[in-house]
Design a protein around this ligand. Sequence first.
Ligand code: FE2
Length: 388
Amino acid sequence: MITKSSLSKKSIPEETTQYSSAKEAVDVLTVEDFDAVEFWVGNAYQAAYFYYHGLGFRPVAWSSLKTGNRRFASYVMQQGNVKIVLSAPYHPTTEMAAHHMLHGDGVKVIGLTVRDVETAWEESLERGAKGLTPPTELKDDYGTLRYATISAYGDVVHKFIERDSYEGPYMPGYKEYKPIVELPDVGLERIDHIVGNVELGKMDPTVRFYHQVFGFGEFIEFTEKDIATQYSALRSKVVRNYNKKVKMPINEPAQGLRMSQIEEYLIYYHGAGVQHVAFHTNDIISTIRAMRQRGIEFIPVPQTYYETLTERVGEIDEDIKALAELGILVDRDEKGYLLQLFSRPIQDRPTFFFEIIQRKGAEGFGKGNFKALFEAIEREQAERGNLI
Ligand code: FE2
């Protein structure tokens, strides 16, 4: 826990202990963007197949027994600027195996590209972060890469990566991988945001951690006022870095009549963790069409959602018929609008899922959809006589 005395001279001023309004970000850890997201899974080979054939992420590098890695198998998947790393342990008595036993498949590492690893490490520790791996330099034929890791929330860690002098696909230790078939991508361009679920009462301390340790700005996405129904029981605040490329909403469950979706996650993940990663596309209609053709399942959106769509979001460029056919959601804020869609959980446990998003000016995360989606579901429920 952070105390005032542990904060450095560059620490954020006093008023930041209140979280009722937006706070400006300060560039203290030199964080520029998301880097790779690393999943620890039970079977990296099969997960890689899913990410390639289903989501269009091409395997570009790997580390395994065949490349001299005696501890785990790992595939680096790439699409646009997004890198996903899928790793699975060979042996049971390892941290990776224990993590998988407890959490199932899930995100272990949220990589952050930094300008200077030493600064990120020293400043974050001085400000109260728990350090895991001190700055480490690795070299191979592609150049030199520096990294360090610190604790995030739950068992999630942040890896600071400085890759200015590195040309390889991921990190030293990985060799080039050539898939046996060539498949097209689905148009994913970059990571838009990564959402964490934390236990009741942990949202504010987690947000404070990003604010005080990272210097990230902060604003509220959902409050109780925004909760549309008794089922949509969650609270959410968003932290983001100075250039807004790194955006991380943090959710906690709120009281409702039924089990909150966040509570369900926490039960099955056995603790706090990453709920979803949102990938940005510049053409959501063709992205979703391609993913559906590849068999990817999304949360079903009732057709009633589209009946009042124009009333809610005004005029949009897209053909509403196409959006309705593909089940794409739309939301508007004061800066513009966005289109988005959520997958079903992509493993057996109802834990991690992903989101596809296309922003057309909007800077929010789809608050209006949350309400509209749940209202639409309830209308259907009422028609069946089941909203009791
Ligand atoms: Fe999201």
